[in-house]
Structures are given as structure tokens and as C-alpha cells.
Design a protein around this ligand. Structure first.
Ligand SMILES: N[C@@H](CCC(=O)N[C@@H](CS)C(=O)NCC(=O)O)C(=O)O
Length: 202
């Protein structure tokens, strides 16, 4: 048997762009070093190939860019379909979720500006995207977005958690997506991880 590589994931002390990667490790039952950078970032930035996080180190090789890391692990851990077109849809959905996440006002301090930014993102991006995904992809009564469990289901979990940090009502309007979300959270390894993960503001 081939030995598992050693993995270290560097990110800030939050869920953010790293949480999907952490959930994938949990679901795969694979250990990794969860390196959360809490101070000295300007100095440490130079340790990373493109000066941004997340970065996954695989037996000493650094891989950056969330999409590259997620794609690498999805293949490695078998969180893809056998079908190429389904995998195209997996990437499509993850890209759309990325757009929903990207403009959330994570660091806006002004409450008024923050509320306006959330409303804008919810109305112009999140509601249209979730409506389409629910109609176009999710089969009736399904536990998964695409009729089989893939990394897209774990991506739903993380984007919904981020949206809920800002607005807890939006997701209530998407019952089919909610079932996928709940069933993904209830997968034993993911449930165990969610119970013990650190509580962070983003
Ligand atoms: N396209 C990159 C974006 C990475 C990114 O924006 N990282 C932010 C944190 S979420 C970062 O490292 N910011 C600190 C900096 O740029 O100094 C990805 O998806 O990995």
C-alpha cells in the first residue's frame, strides 16, 4: 500500500476559503496539520509562493489557489463522479458558489454599509444563483446536488455557513438545497468535524 503524503494547510484563523479543504480532509478521514496564522502575516507572506492563502503543502511541495487545492484533493480522495460532464457541473457549481462568497463584506465595520453590501450580494448574486441551481441541478428528494455525492455538496455546506453569518433568512427559501445541506452535515465524519471545529467569526 502507498503511504499517505503528509499534508499541511496554511490559512488564517477562520473558515473562509480554507473550510471546504478542511471538510474534505474530514470526510476522507485523512489527517493534516491545520496551520492557522494568527499574527506576523506581513512577515510570513514571503514563505508562500504567491503571497496568499490558502496554501496546501504536500510532502513539502506548496500548492496555492483554492480551486487548485480543492481539485487536487477531490481527485485524490474520490469526491468526483465517474462521468466527465458531471464533473464539469461540479466545477460550475463550485465556481458559482465562489462568486456568491467573494463579495460578502467580511471586513466591513460600518453596520449600515455592511447591511447594504449583504442585501446587494443576496439579491443580485445569491438568490438568482441558488434559484437556478435548485431548479437546474438538484433531483427531487435528493441528498446531493448532482444525484451522487461530490465535492460540490461540501462546497454548498461552506458557502451556506458563510451566508448564514450575514443573513440567516435567505437559505430558508430553498428547501431542496436545504435538504442537501442537512444531509451533508449529517454524514458521520463531517458531523463529528463540525462539532469540534473552532468557532471563528468568518
Ligand atoms: N484566488 C486565490 C485568492 C486567495 C486570497 O485572496 N487569499 C487572501 C485570504 S482569503 C489572502 O491571502 N490575503 C492576504 C494577502 O493577500 O496578503 C484563492 O482562491 O486561493
Amino acid at each position: 500500500t502507498k503511504e499517505m503524503p503528509s499534508y499541511k494547510l496554511s490559512y488564517f484563523n477562520g473558515r473562509g476559503r480554507a473550510e471546504l479543504i478542511r471538510i474534505m480532509f474530514a470526510e476522507a478521514g485523512v489527517k493534516f496539520v491545520d496551520d492557522r496564522i494568527t499574527d506576523n502575516w506581513p512577515k510570513r507572506k514571503a514563505e508562500f509562493p504567491f503571497g496568499q492563502l490558502p496554501v496546501l503543502e504536500i510532502d513539502g511541495t506548496q500548492l496555492s489557489q483554492t480551486a487548485a487545492i480543492v481539485g487536487y484533493l477531490a481527485k485524490k480522495f474520490n469526491f468526483l463522479s465517474e462521468d466527465d460532464l458531471t464533473n464539469g457541473k461540479v466545477q460550475e457549481i463550485i465556481g458559482i458558489f465562489g462568486d456568491c462568497f467573494a463579495k460578502l463584506p467580511f471586513f466591513e465595520k460600518d453596520e449600515k454599509k455592511k447591511a447594504a453590501a449583504v442585501a446587494e450580494q443576496v439579491n443580485t448574486k445569491i438568490i438568482p444563483a441558488f434559484t437556478k441551481i435548485q431548479e437546474k441541478f438538484v433531483p427531487d428528494c435528493s441528498s446531493t446536488l448532482l444525484g451522487e455525492f461530490t465535492v460540490a455538496d461540501m462546497a454548498l455546506l461552506t458557502v451556506v455557513d458563510s451566508i448564514n453569518d450575514f443573513d440567516k433568512t435567505v437559505f430558508e427559501n430553498f428547501p431542496k438545497l436545504k435538504k442537501v445541506y442537512n444531509d451533508t452535515c449529517a454524514r458521520p465524519k463531517i458531523a463529528a468535524y463540525l462539532k469540534t471545529r473552532p468557532e471563528t467569526p468568518f
